[in-house]
Write a protein that binds this ligand. Structure first.
Ligand code: NAD
Length: 353
């Protein structure tokens, strides 16, 4: 399996190093042939190459079996500077990685303040309110006068149907329940179409139930009773916000694993950002990127019909749960380990088998 590895900004290099240690342990335990190709993205890439993303990376990732992308400090990038492109948008749009899969669960051995839960947010990744990926050319945020901005949201039937299908296919492998989160009471045309698409796809999955919740009320429902939810499907921005909440509910944003998947490519990327407030201190939780990489291995195994990769992905998830249960975790979870040691604790469990 050939993977491109791009550590990114802030805590990116720290959590990527810990993730690679876990990946190498999994490769050894499951006899996976791994070819890791390291390169740079973000501010380091800008320093070296004059651009935050080298355009040639798109073809390199297309030709590889996947990408591990660390978080990047996009808020620091200068808007309008062609050399300061957001790497997330670049790969999600360029590789059509339409499904952003963000699981969140509680772990034995950790206080479950809101009760036990195990859910997945399936977020549309290529349109919606994200003005940077919404147009064929340019950006969908328009400065009408110095004091007036119009930001356009794009919703298409094609993207709604395919994200709904991704959610139902996932629910079919889980507890067979999909919740569509929307704002069709206000965005009646766009979210109305999104809901119609969810209902249409539901007809192909008679064993899976569909319920519908308005996004603002969802924040109360998911905190009140997260066990009610299995797979949650929603549009881009709602999913981005909701999945940070569910990751934090599971114990920490640092547990937020995330896979960006398309028909032919996939990218492992933590749900969170570059955490500049803790960067360089060796205290960031690497579990987010470790779990993202486990999702990437499982995706690759399913796609290639090679069960060893899916088994390795599942084993990483189990090793993470066991390490957290044993208190071998970073300080955001109440543990005392640094980033490197938290990764090593997971890797050690894989080596022991
Ligand atoms: P953030 O997600 O980086 O951090 C929010 C809070 O969570 C901070 O307190 C941080 O310390 C904590 N946190 C995040 N990841 C953690 C981890 N692995 N372990 C322990 N604690 C963790 O959000 P922010 O501070 O608003 O954004 C920082 C930068 O990241 C900005 O430049 C933003 O644009 C960028 N960003 C990038 C991505 C991405 O690359 N996919 C996503 C979101 C934000």
């Amino acid at each position: 399996m050939q993977l491109i590895v791009l550590p990114g900004d802030g805590i990116g290099p720290e959590i990527t190093e810990a993730t690679v240690a876990v990946l190498e342990a999994a490769a050894q335990a499951f006899q996976l042939r791994l070819d890791l190709q390291h390169d740079v993205v973000g501010l380091e890439s800008h320093r070296r190459h004059g651009t935050t993303v080298q355009p040639a990376l798109l073809d390199r990732v297309r030709a590889a079996d996947g990408l591990i992308l660390g978080p990047t400090s996009t808020l620091e990038y200068r808007p309008g500077d062609p050399g300061q492109v957001g790497p997330s948008k670049f790969f999600r749009k360029g590789l059509d990685l339409f499904a952003n899969i963000r699981p969140a669960r509680t772990y034995p051995g950790m206080p479950a303040r809101l009760g036990q839960f195990d859910l997945v947010v399936v977020r549309e990744n290529t349109e919606g309110f994200y003005a940077d990926r919404n147009m064929e050319q340019g950006n969908a945020e328009i400065l009408v006068t110095p004091d007036v901005v119009v930001s356009m949201r794009r919703i298409t039937r094609h993207c709604c149907l395919r994200i709904a299908r991704a959610a139902f296919e996932l629910a079919q492998r889980r507890r067979k329940k999909v919740t569509a989160v929307h704002k069709a009471n206000v965005l009646s045309v766009g979210d109305g179409m999104f809901l119609d698409c969810c209902r249409e796809v539901a007809r192909d999955f008679p064993e899976v139930t569909l319920d519908e919740v308005i996004v603002d009320a969802m924040m109360a429902h998911v905190v009140r009773n997260p066990a009610r939810f299995d797979v949650i499907v929603t549009t881009n921005m709602f999913g981005d916000i909701l999945s940070d909440l569910t990751a934090e509910m599971s114990g920490s944003l640092g547990l937020g694993g995330s896979l960006n998947a398309g028909a032919d490519s996939a990218m492992a990327q933590a749900a969170h950002g570059s955490a500049p407030d803790i960067a360089g201190q060796g205290i960031a939780n690497p579990v987010s990127l470790i779990l993202s990489t486990a999702l990437l291995l499982s995706w690759h195994g399913r796609r290639k019909g090679e069960p060893r990769f899916a088994e390795a992905g599942a084993a990483i998830e189990e090793a993470v749960a066991a390490a957290i249960g044993a208190g071998e975790s970073t300080r955001d979870l109440g543990g005392g380990l640094g980033t490197r040691d938290a990764g090593a604790a997971v890797a050690a469990r894989l080596k022991r088998g």
